[in-house]
Write a protein of this length. Sequence first.
Length: 367
Amino acid sequence: MLIFYPRYLPGTGKSPVELYLYELAKRWVNEGNRVTIFCSNLKKGTSFSEQDGIQILRRGSSFSVYIWAALHYLTQFKGKYDVIIDCEHRFPFFTPLYADLPVIYFAHPFVHELGRLNRLLKFIETTLIPRVYRHAGVVTLSTAHKKVLTKKLRLLRSIKTIFPGTVRNKQVTKKSKHPLIVYNGNLAHELAFECLVKTFRKVLIQRPRATLTILDPNKKLAQELKKELPVQSVTFASQLSDEQKTRLLGRAWVAVNTSPIAESGSTVLEANSCGTPVVCADTPGVSELVRNGLSGFVVPVGDDYAFARAINRILSHTYIRERMENLAIAWAEKFSWETTAHQFLKFIKSFTRPRVRPRRTSTSLAR
């Protein structure tokens, strides 16, 4: 399998989509498949590495990686793989234009934030993609995005929704003494930042001992949050190991995601598997994996009053919180990376046939 991914991939997945690709690729390798990920080298790391049997090749910037991908396929990859997984970030690699292999188009929700380039992106998504990928298999992470792809992009082949998985948490972590809220999501969007600040201010009125921990914030956001919220009430957790992150989510009373951008729902399952209910905005991907009122609450995008009410309801009522904690664990157990990897691989096989490579005979060796 040859995976084209436009962003820099350090080795193990960091963002939800990167985690999705890495967890699946790792399991495909364990089943005896060869997996190569071709990505950008924006951070100028090592050009080649191998992680858990996955070969990772890095070339070019976030824009030139598309050119490098075509050149490498034509000069090095051609004839060595059975299928291409073409991942988009703003726009895909358009591999059907130069590759003679079956293509799986791994589509994410479109987000246009490039100013003058927005018109170009609109043209790409509404005109080029439907034509180029009309014979490709399509995989997406949410049923809402599947509907967009079906109606708006007029893709002819079947579109498969394959939800992310999670790692089953075997150890139960004791909850913190005072209310701990963990933000586990994308905070870069201005609306997400403003909503979180207003929400937590309202929470502090009723629960002054509550604390907020932000997972993996960038330095700029961390500085801005320190200005907007009481310093003693906000902490930041960066570059945690999987074990440390699991322990933090397990100690939390509630996990929050105010992002208005469609994301993978892996952050929801991650928190639920640790016995932590989730309060999130009603966006595709994330909200689809919340059992509203059972494993968490789904509230309108940008509604800080609704966020605060939902959070305070969990923090203030022990019966509701403990019930949701148990239901969250039971819900997360329905999802696993093994199941997700199997579903994706089954979909790939429905579009591909193993490439039959000629055996080298003694006659061919003599030549």
